[in-house]
Design a protein around this ligand. Structure first.
Ligand code: FES
Length: 145
């Protein structure tokens, strides 16, 4: 049911933890399943994401997609990170079962929420970044794969 990569990132998730004095922090939840995700970003003066950590009260698919998302985002610029979608994370994991697709939204939305926090704290406008939603469930119906 799950790919080897999903199992690997679930059993051995990368970049789990918290961060003191992050450049931005974002927390999102999915009201349907009750799962929650928090992402911390350390962004340098050149807008490069030097470090990223995540914490979740979420299912295995949420853990695996967040772990992969943090690997894809680390070392990227803010603008590059914005282009990493839940779809690209799922591709990097060799797919997810259809009923678990919504779980991959938690990481994407939490990264966007952390970038929003960073932009707000620094009076920046990041093109293409929208104000985060508190509940990712709102968008599920629109997901077609
Ligand atoms: Fe809630 Fe997967 S079941 S994030």
């Amino acid at each position: 049911m799950y790919s080897e990569k999903v199992m690997d990132h679930f059993s051995n998730p990368r970049n789990v933890g918290e961060m003191e004095n992050p450049s931005g922090v974002g927390t999102v939840g999915n009201a349907k399943c009750g799962d929650i995700m928090r992402i911390y970003l350390d962004i340098d003066e050149n807008s490069v994401i030097q470090d990223i950590k995540f914490k979740t009260f979420g299912c295995g698919a949420a853990v695996a997609t967040s772990s992969m998302a943090t690997e894809l985002v680390k070392g990227k610029t803010v603008n590059e990170a914005l282009k990493i979608t839940n779809r690209s994370v799922m591709e990097a994991l060799d797919g997810l079962p259809p009923v678990k697709i919504h779980c991959s939204l938690l990481a994407e939305e939490a990264i966007h929420a952390a970038l929003w926090d960073y932009a707000t704290k620094n009076n920046l406008v990041i093109e293409g970044l929208k104000k985060p939603k508190s509940d990712v469930h709102e968008e599920e119906e629109e997901l077609v794969y």
